[in-house]
Design a protein. Structure first.
Length: 74
């Protein structure tokens, strides 16, 4: 394979691939460490009850919705 890579002019391609694989693995480990470090109390606070999840959130007469439609008229 190294002969093939040298003839095509991509002698550094395997090294770049190995570097990118290592960086991907390192970023996945770092992300897992950040997610895993969140305390259980913080996770419980952010949870919504069933009623809160199913309530209507869109309010057509609210100020920000009216401003959106006013500025985006074509």
């Amino acid at each position: 394979m190294s002969d093939h890579a040298k003839t095509k002019g991509n002698a550094g391609a395997p090294a770049r691939r190995d570097f990118l694989k290592a960086m991907t693995g390192a970023s996945a480990v770092a992300a897992a460490a950040v997610v895993g470090s969140e305390p259980a109390e913080a996770q419980a606070v952010t949870r919504e009850s069933r009623d809160e999840r199913t309530k209507a959130r869109y309010q057509a007469n609210s100020a920000h919705v009216q401003a959106f439609y006013r500025t985006n008229r074509y």
